[in-house]
Design a protein around this ligand. Structure first.
Ligand SMILES: Nc1ncnc2c1ncn2[C@@H]1O[C@H](COP(=O)(O)OP(=O)(O)OP(=O)(O)O)[C@@H](O)[C@H]1O
Ligand SMILES: [Mg+2]
Length: 273
């Protein structure tokens, strides 16, 4: 499939619901187990005068097939939330469950295995390994997980092709533009059929058309059953999501959906709930 299932006119009005079908209508009658669940999660850095409440009492549940956008000002806790969801950071309190497993109950090796198998993560600063080519960067997590080299390489080529950078397969990160590195980082997150995709401003270094193409890929993964959590500053990208969660000062202030994006951006004081 090369076009959006939702008939979304790309580049059209900045905010519009992507579909009349909500996440709940995608769920089976028995309501499948969440891919991601944050229960009353807080993350506090430092102590005393240096204390920073990066995230406070966050509750968030993503079921299979759900695509959720996270928006909020710089420093509001978006990356903190994503890092906690991805098992890269540990909450000060509360629980993070990925496919029903409490990440805090796992040892480091088990947590790393969950990250490799279940979670695709696009970092805000790409995080490609400098000594490896694009293809090697993408196939590396599969190999770590025991996939044989030939299969891993084939999967890497497919993922690079999906985000439009197959011609960069043998190029090193230092010889890529920011936008090229970003797309390779996205390919690395997509490879391996992961059930939870976490993307921290994956379009930040991309032009408008490339950004839309990436949103199409993420939307398609959600339609195929993955749970997708996307941090973005751009309402037109958030409009691809089923709902939008707004953060301010470490708190989720609204998660009622894309139709509220305009109101909250125009009048940031109106969203406190
Ligand atoms: N390791 C840390 N030590 C102390 N404070 C931290 C640490 N990491 C994050 N913070 C603070 O937590 C708050 C939330 O940071 P976070 O990176 O989650 O914001 P963000 O919403 O992703 O911002 P941006 O849009 O700029 O990426 C900020 O005040 C930040 O300074
Ligand atoms: Mg951030």
């Amino acid at each position: 499939m090369t076009t959006s299932r939702f008939g979304q006119p790309h580049g059209a009005s900045p905010v519009q619901p992507v579909s009349s079908s909500s996440s709940s209508s995608r769920s089976t009658p028995s309501d499948p187990a969440p891919v991601l669940a944050l229960h009353d999660v807080s993350r506090v850095h430092g102590e005393g005068a240096r204390r920073v409440n990066a995230l406070l009492h966050a509750n968030l549940v993503l079921h299979p097939g759900e695509f959720v956008a996270i928006m909020g000002p710089s420093g509001s806790g978006k990356s903190t939330l994503l890092n906690l969801a991805g098992g890269l950071d540990t909450p000060s309190s509360g629980q993070v469950l990925v496919e029903g497993r409490d990440l805090a109950s796992l040892n480091a090796a088990e947590r790393a295995a969950v990250r490799r198998r279940s979670i695709g993560y696009v970092f805000q600063d790409f995080n490609l390994l400098p000594g490896l080519t694009a293809k090697e960067n993408v196939q590396f997590p599969l190999e770590l997980d025991g996939c044989n080299v030939r299969k891993a390489a084939a999967a890497a080529v497919r993922a690079l092709d999906e985000v439009g950078v197959s011609e960069l397969a043998d190029r090193l990160p230092e010889d890529m533009s920011g936008g090229q590195a970003q797309r390779v980082a996205i390919a690395r997150a997509l490879v391996g059929e992961r059930r939870l995709l976490l993307a921290d401003e994956p379009t930040g270094a991309l032009d408008s058309n490339s950004g839309t193409a990436i949103l199409e890929v993420l939307r398609r993964r959600a339609d195929d059953g993955a749970a997708v959590l996307l941090v973005t500053h751009e309402p037109r990208f958030a409009a691809w999501a089923d709902r939008t969660v707004f953060l301010r000062d470490g708190r989720i202030i609204d998660d009622t959906g894309p139709s509220d994006v305009d109101m909250l951006l125009d009048d940031p004081e109106s969203g406190g709930a």
